[in-house]
Design a protein around this ligand. Structure first.
Ligand SMILES: Nc1nc2c(ncn2[C@@H]2O[C@H](COP(=O)(O)OP(=O)(O)OP(=O)(O)O)[C@@H](O)[C@H]2O)c(=O)[nH]1
Ligand SMILES: [Mg+2]
Length: 328
């Protein structure tokens, strides 16, 4: 976790100092006498809507999302700066009973983050019953008493208002919450309430990042995630879990306005999966590549040539050596 005063400007958002107006360089904390700032972890079952809500709060897609569980595999920081405070959201992988070494490592990532945050938001989807998995997560969060505990009832647009009320009563009885908020990231209902309440719960502090910074992640890491996202929605069964993407090389354009070349490897666990990803005559891989390229072009604000290679890393989810190589 960073405690530096200001993060470096991302290379893609470099602006010349002379182009920045005076007011924009003064931190929000300088202007606000009662500024709050700190770290807020989002935890919950896979697919609870954590990453979607973080993106809605930050106002930018800093994490990929999908209907497939375990989309998030890292702790991703998304930074929101308002007049009254700055929230560093730490989005985490969905907590679940691990079946592989990868699953264990994802849970370990969450556990490690819980120690360093000021607030923990347990995300509970309104369209699913509260189950033993949620209770386990609440217990786990309770073992880190330094952080204030918040319950977020997510995806409220998916159920009737009566059901929201009943679910809130149920959640209220589960633990001592600092606050409990129903929210829909998709219809932008109560996202502002979540923002204001979280700022209120954070300690009085200086601004931690400059206001233009929305994430610490590099362009390479975000591009790899966008490639995985493009493939996630369209593949079935165990394949989403088997996918990993690594950026091998990025070649900057030779001239301004030129094409950035990105070379990436898509790893699957078995030969049969390689065929599924590539598709007949390479059609499927081409479609994934096009979808991912468009997203990456938006991210870097320029044209991209994307070179995707599909490779097999046998049973990488259970191999300590391969997990290390793939960055887990
Ligand atoms: N209708 C509706 N759908 C939502 C909302 N928030 C998230 N979703 C959907 O729920 C699915 C899961 O969302 P994610 O944000 O990826 O969930 P997550 O908790 O980050 O999942 P993991 O990273 O796998 O733990 C996606 O298909 C989202 O579009 C919401 O407020 N309303
Ligand atoms: Mg996620």
């Amino acid at each position: 976790m960073t405690d530096s005063a200001e993060s470096p400007v991302q290379p893609d958002s470099e602006v010349s100092a002379s182009a920045v107006p005076e007011a924009a360089t003064a931190s929000a904390a300088d202007r606000h006498p009662d500024f709050h700032a700190g770290f807020v972890a989002f935890v919950g079952r896979p697919n609870a809507g954590k990453s979607t809500l973080m993106n809605a709060l930050v106002g930018e897609k800093v994490a990929i999302t999908s209907a497939k569980p375990q989309t998030t595999r890292r702790a991703i920081r998304g930074i929101l700066t308002a007049d009254a405070g700055q929230i560093v959201v730490v989005d985490t992988p969905g907590l679940h009973r691990p079946r592989t070494l990868l699953g264990q490592r994802l849970n370990d990532i969450v556990e490690a983050e819980l120690d360093g945050v000021d607030v923990v938001c347990v995300c509970l989807p309104a369209d699913e019953a509260i189950g033993p998995g949620d209770r386990r997560i609440i217990e786990q969060v309770g073992r880190h008493p330094r952080a204030k505990r918040v319950a977020l009832l997510t995806k409220t647009d998916r159920v009737r208002p009566d059901d929201v009320a009943a679910r809130l009563i149920e959640i209220d009885a589960l633990a001592e919450w600092a606050t409990l908020i129903p929210v829909s990231a998709v219809t932008d209902d109560q996202v502002d309430v979540v923002r204001d309440e979280l700022i209120r719960l954070l300690p009085a502090s200086q601004q931690l990042y400059d206001a233009e910074t929305h994430t610490e992640d590099s362009i390479e890491v975000r591009a790899a995630e966008l490639i995985r996202e493009a493939m996630l929605e369209d593949v079935r069964d165990e394949l989403p879990h088997s996918l990993a993407v690594v950026i091998d090389d990025v070649e900057a354009p030779e001239a301004e306005g030129g094409v950035t070349k990105i070379y990436a490897s898509v790893f699957v666990e078995r030969d049969s999966q390689k065929g599924i990803i590539i598709g007949r005559g390479g059609q499927r891989l081409k479609a994934f590549g096009t979808a991912a390229r468009k997203q990456i072009e938006q991210l870097i604000g320029g044209r991209v040539h994307l070179d995707l290679r599909v490779k097999v890393a046998k049973e990488w989810q259970t191999s300590p050596k391969l997990l290390d190589r793939l960055g887990f």
